[in-house]
Design a protein around this ligand. Structure first.
Ligand code: AMP
Ligand code: ZN
Length: 468
């Protein structure tokens, strides 16, 4: 299996540090709002990487954090007049709902930065002891030039950086020994959440969070570290500097980065305001469609969001689901149990599609080609089955199809699920019926929803619902 390593700028053969095991860390979102579909790209891409590694039999320890202390969270908390914790808790819960909708598996561990401050303080202390960090007026900085390999991931040269960073000198950061130095610990400002440390009551810098959480849950050396390409510099470059300086070992063997999800060919981002949340998309589409859309391009190619591409993904997914449904229908009515000799031969041929699928995934996770192999299998299935097919043949084809769609995280075998928008429409109708004292209709709607696995709860704040 080959994967592209940002560190070496080439595709490399994947060899895990420990046979049969993979230790993988993916930088997670900062939780101050609903996630947008740009944030969803790394989630879907690296969940698919994980699923393929598991398909190959690896035991994958997959860690992905939530950054729950940050300026943006604090700002949002002040705006709403609530605590930062309330904001981060709320959006972690919402993010998990979105992940479930996109069929992104929960990580083995989802650490929260605020729960790991002690470890971060320890790591900073080690960096100071080793001469890689220093304190000034309660702030601790990393001494960037001390770390000889600085720039090895982003392939940047320190002197080029130096000229690019001149602006820092005039932004009040001149207490730093060098403009390239970055913050490991900063003192609190009035009203901000803070923790005790030997240097000041304050909070950690963003980069040290990941160095510490990765070390705690995966060890000092890991196989794969991943995230969106905007994290290469400075976030991942700084993580490498911190971890390798503190631990004296190579941090991650392979660095994987997804390209941007764009809209009108510009990066989708909160700051540009050109974003669509996953939640908004879920009102229009089953999130499986979004997932399939994300996998329709190679993860290192930019992907432009458009209604046309979403529609194409929707019909593509339908083709796969219809084939699976058809197989299930035929299985339910099959007249013979066991495969005939001819069917055995026909089934053996499907191995070709599995091979094509695997070859695509082995080549730096080419999910677009892997999906093409699934379509070929679907086509083959549709043309070789009939009402006369044996149950065993149908079942085997079905299982083969599911084994591949499972790797892509596509659910082909599920009951009709209601979309959020449909549920909310029915709830509104029920409210209107109650207002009109048509309680029979209101109860009928409640029962109808319950039958589809939607539970309603009437609260003082209004009607809340959840999936059973
Ligand atoms: P953030 O919450 O901004 O730290 O982002 C969380 C993850 O989403 C990081 O891995 C980012 O690189 C990634 N990300 C943010 N915006 C985009 C985008 N438009 N396309 C792809 N990945 C993105
Ligand atoms: Zn990170």
């Amino acid at each position: 299996m080959k994967l592209y390593n940002t560190l070496s700028k080439r595709k490399e053969e994947f060899v895990p540090l420990e046979e049969g095991k993979v230790r993988m860390y993916v930088c997670g979102p900062t939780v101050y709002n609903f996630i947008h579909i740009g944030n969803a790209r790394p989630m879907i891409v690296f969940d698919t990487v994980r699923r393929y590694l598991e398909y190959k039999g690896y035991d994958v320890n997959f860690v992905s954090n939530f950054t729950d202390v940050d300026d943006k969270i604090i700002k949002k908390a002040i705006e709403e007049g609530v605590s930062s914790e309330e904001i981060s808790k709320r959006y972690i819960a919402e993010c998990k709902k979105d992940m479930e909708g996109m069929n992104v598996k929960p990580a083995t561990t989802h650490p929260l930065a605020t729960q790991e401050i002690g470890g971060m303080v320890e790591m900073i202390r080690t960096l100071i002891e080793k001469g890689y960090a220093y304190e000034k007026n309660g702030t601790v900085y990393f001494r960037t030039r001390r770390f000889e390999d600085y720039g090895k991931l982003s392939h940047k040269n320190l002197d080029d950086l130096r000229s690019g960073e001149r602006s820092l000198l005039v932004t009040g950061e001149d207490e730093k020994e060098d403009p390239l130095d970055f913050v490991l610990w900063k003192p609190k400002k009035e009203g901000e959440p803070s923790w005790e440390s030997p240097w000041s009551d304050g909070r950690p810098g963003w980069h040290i969070e990941c160095s510490e959480m990765s070390k705690k849950y995966l060890g000092e050396q890991i196989d794969i570290h991943a995230g969106g390409e905007d994290l290469v510099f400075p976030h991942h470059e700084n993580e490498i500097a911190q971890s390798e300086a503190a631990n004296g070992k190579e941090f991650a063997k392979y660095w994987m980065h997804n390209a941007f999800l764009n809209i009108d060919n510009r990066k989708m981002s909160k700051s540009l305001g050109n974003f669509r949340t996953v939640r908004e998309i879920s009102e229009q589409y089953d999130l499986q469609v979004l997932r399939f859309f994300m996998l329709s391009a190679h993860y290192r190619s930019p992907l432009n969001f458009s209604a046309d591409l979403m529609e194409a993904s929707k019909s593509g997914l339908e083709r796969i689901v219809n084939a699976a449904d058809h197989l299930k229908f035929l299985m339910g009515n099959a007249k013979t149990e066991e495969m005939t000799g001819e069917e055995q031969e026909a089934y053996a041929k499907t191995q070709e599609y599995v091979k094509a699928f695997e070859n695509a995934m082995e080549d730096d996770f080419n999910t677009a080609d892997a999906a093409a192999a699934v379509f070929d299998l679907v086509k083959y299935t549709n043309t070789t089955v009939s009402a006369d097919s044996s149950k065993e043949y149908l079942q085997k084809l079905f299982d083969r199809l599911v084994s591949l769609t499972d790797v892509l995280g596509l659910i082909v075998d599920r009951k009709e699920e209601m979309l959020d928008a449909e549920i909310e429409k029915l709830i509104e109708e029920r409210q209107a019926a109650r207002k009109a004292k048509d309680f029979a209709r209101a109860d009928a709607i409640r029962d109808e929803l319950l039958e589809k696995g939607i539970i309603l709860k009437d609260t003082r704040e209004g009607v809340q619902w959840k999936r059973a």
